[in-house]
Design a protein around this ligand. Structure first.
Ligand code: FEO
Ligand code: CA
Ligand code: CA
Ligand code: CA
Length: 598
């Protein structure tokens, strides 16, 4: 049995020490199982995983690669079962194919990669006596969406000339989704998925707008443009304008066509999380994960309908097409001279200040209106980064996941790192991004004015400055630093039922492995941060879900270490030595059957 340590409720476990073990390490008294791995068959007819003879047809019926965001949804009428929805962000060909020649990929390898991208939905069954989850293969809700599945573009930019291609004269249909990083779930039963680093799939770009999105001028790394000309910007200039959106997916309807919601703007969407206004309209927070880029919110103008009728469901699938898109501007309340980039707190004792949500454009049923001088509404929704530039939004240290607390309404923004902060020619430290050469990242806490989700102004403070607590530049909401775990590079965030914030990391710059942490956000233990688990070699922690009796994490890119390959693996996880490394989802529970951390 677990001896509950004295700690905030929900965080009463023995913190896992930083380590470099090639495994998922959990606290004493906790157990784990691998729920599903890359290649596990989920659709009817899909074959067992055979990495030496993988085919695109097999992959299209199997769980995809590099699981990131996870959602776990109830299934009405099916006891002890939940629907797991996962993002498959990107492929790591050198770890997938024996003898992979990066200069000359084969068509079959490229098509396997297309089929390994996208989304997956799979029903999982709960063990009655533990937190263990197992896959229900061939369930009718199991689904794969890939880089070639049909999508609809909806909202104010749909049908625009900026989105038309030779294959789609309507500007409303697109094949596939790419680089889905984190996401969110909506109160109306759908999931949201951020298309993040879509730039890497496109070749031969050159326009200023392409540059602002990081689309390269030469060949792409995966050379997909050799196998489908839509990835060649020189031949198909608008195809890249059809990626970089928030995808909405209805996992309860196995025939649904997923939608790309242009009203939420186009950039490297990390995630998209929802809070409702008091009159029932959705507000979606979403960040753009790039050094010196922005974070945004969309305020919907239509009210959600309750109930599960067909009319209600169809209505709710239009909620994210009408409303106003805003970008954040933050102003510190301490003199700039007190922000020296060292992380030393200013004289008022806090990195904090006020902020405004600057409107960029509004989409209505009758059309869209731009609020940015010199840009049409369509341009704002397709070249959203340029709109943020024009209105002087605040350049942040890589906004990753952003999530409102279901208990308090406060919004937490994970800023993963930015080693260019303060470099010659780059922005210097400011009160919201207070460290030069920010290697370890930080987390902001926002309070909307009057705690109204649709407010146009807010207060903010830096909740946590990550790093080794022995480093004077770190800050844990004022909690004593000799009683917290070291943390570096916060990425995904989630809440438990107690109101604690859970943080997964990507790229630990302290020399140990990434992991999952819980931190109290209220009471006299606010800022108490404890490590709950650590990752295998080379892996990033993703998709945390913290239920009362179970923690779920996505182990993304295990074995992704410079120089590693199928022949020279850097990890033996999860199947052991001699087996190919596989990204996978892991469930963790308490051996004595009690709730997590109580
Ligand atoms: Fe895919 Fe920003 O992490
Ligand atoms: Ca201050
Ligand atoms: Ca991420
Ligand atoms: Ca990341």
């Amino acid at each position: 049995p677990v001896k509950p340590a004295k700690a905030a409720r929900g965080l009463r476990f023995d913190a896992v020490a930083p380590n470099t073990a090639d495994q998922v390490t959990v606290p004493g008294g906790y157990q784990q199982n691998v729920v599903i791995r890359w290649g596990d068959p989920i659709l009817r007819g899909a074959p067992a995983f055979d990495p030496e003879h993988q085919t695109a047809a097999a992959q299209a019926g199997q769980f995809g690669y590099n699981n990131d965001f996870l959602a776990l949804l109830p299934i009405p009428g099916e006891r002890n079962r939940q629907l797991l929805v996962a993002n498959h962000e990107y492929t790591d060909e050198v770890l997938m194919f024996r003898g992979y020649d990066a200069a000359n990929p084969t068509r079959e390898q490229v098509e396997v990669a297309w089929a390994a991208h996208g989304l997956g939905a799979v029903v999982v069954e709960e063990d009655r006596r533990s937190g263990k989850l197992t896959v229900v293969s061939r369930h009718h809700l199991n689904r794969r969406i890939t880089a070639t599945s049909e999508f609809l573009l909806t909202g104010p930019a749909a049908g625009s000339s900026l989105l038309k291609t030779s294959a789609d004269r309507t500007g409303r249909k697109v094949l596939g989704t790419l680089n889905n990083c984190s996401g969110g779930t909506t109160p109306w039963g759908t999931t949201l998925h951020g298309e993040e680093n879509f730039n890497q799939y496109f070749a031969n770009a050159g326009r200023d707008t392409d540059k602002r999105y990081g689309i390269g001028t030469g060949a792409s790394e995966r050379k997909w443009e050799r196998f489908d000309k839509r990835f060649d910007v020189a031949q198909e200039p608008n195809e890249s304008h059809r990626f970089g959106y928030v995808v909405e997916f209805d996992p309860y309807d196995p025939t649904s066509t997923p939608r790309k919601r242009t009203a939420l703007g186009r950039f490297k969407h990390e995630a998209a999380t929802v809070r409702m206004t008091s009159d029932g309209r959705p507000v979606v927070y979403t960040g753009d994960d790039e050094r010196f880029d922005y974070f945004y919110k969309f305020v919907g103008s239509k009210r959600m309908r309750h109930g599960n009728s067909r009319a209600a469901r169809e209505h709710n699938l239009t909620l994210l097409d009408e409303g106003t898109l805003y970008v954040a501007k933050l102003t510190g309340d301490s003199p700039a001279s007190e922000i020296d980039g060292s992380g030393t707190l200013p004289a008022d004792g806090e990195f904090d200040g006020s902020g405004t949500w600057i409107p960029l454009a509004t989409a209505t049923a009758r059309g869209a209106v731009s609020h940015v001088e010199g840009m049409t509404a369509e341009e704002v929704f397709v070249f959203t980064r340029l709109a943020g530039d024009k209105v002087g939004a605040t350049k942040m240290d890589r906004p990753e996941d952003i999530e409102p607390s279901p208990q308090s309404g406060k919004v937490y923004v994970a800023l993963t790192n930015n080693t260019n902060r303060g470099k010659t020619g780059s922005p210097v430290a400011d009160e919201a991004n207070p460290r030069t050469n920010n290697k370890h990242g930080h987390i902001l806490e926002l309070t909307e004015r009057r705690n109204h989700a649709d407010a146009t102004s807010f207060g903010w403070s830096v909740f946590l400055v990550a790093g080794d607590p022995a480093d004077p530049a770190t800050y844990f909401a004022g909690f004593p630093k000799d009683r917290v775990s070291p943390i570096s590079c916060p990425d995904n965030v989630a809440f438990d039922v107690h109101g604690n914030l859970w943080i997964s990391t990507d790229g630990n710059a302290l020399g140990t492995h990434d992991g999952l942490f819980g931190v109290a956000t209220k009471g006299d233990r606010r800022g108490e941060l404890k490590q709950f688990l650590t990752m295998p070699n080379g892996a990033e922690t993703c998709g945390p879900i913290v239920q009362e009796r179970r923690v779920l994490v996505a182990v993304q890119h295990p074995g992704e270490v410079d120089g590693a390959s199928v022949e020279q693996p850097a990890s033996a996880w999860p199947d052991g030595p001699g087996k190919i490394v596989r990204p996978a989802v892991v469930a963790v529970w308490r051996a004595d059957g009690c709730d997590i951390g109580v």
